[in-house]
Design a protein around this ligand. Structure first.
Ligand SMILES: [Zn+2]
Length: 93
């Protein structure tokens, strides 16, 4: 709306990091994804994105979680193929 704003794609803010969902493989700004991280050998939702180590990013969507579980892409993203992702509880689900 502002006269000095450049025109163009306004879908994503340019300075926001983009991550790839480990379920559907689509890219999205990290603010719309949830971070999954390891707590021991269990995969948990890292809602504050503060857990140490690698993170895997996922849409808070049961379909994406199912896809990610089927492909074991959460374990791969976390470099922990045996990680147990069965206890992941998506926010709002
Ligand atoms: Zn997804």
């Amino acid at each position: 709306m502002g006269p000095s704003l450049p025109s163009g794609d306004t879908d994503a803010r340019p300075h926001e990091p983009v991550r790839t969902c480990v379920g559907c493989r689509r890219k999205a700004p990290r603010s719309v994804l949830v971070r999954l991280a390891l707590e021991g050998d269990r995969v948990v939702v890292d809602e504050s994105a503060t857990l140490p180590g690698r993170g895997a990013w996922l849409h808070p969507d049961a379909d994406c979680l199912a896809l990610a579980s089927r492909r074991n892409s959460i374990g791969r993203a976390l470099r922990s193929p045996g990680a147990d992702a069965t206890g992941v509880a998506l926010p709002g689900a």
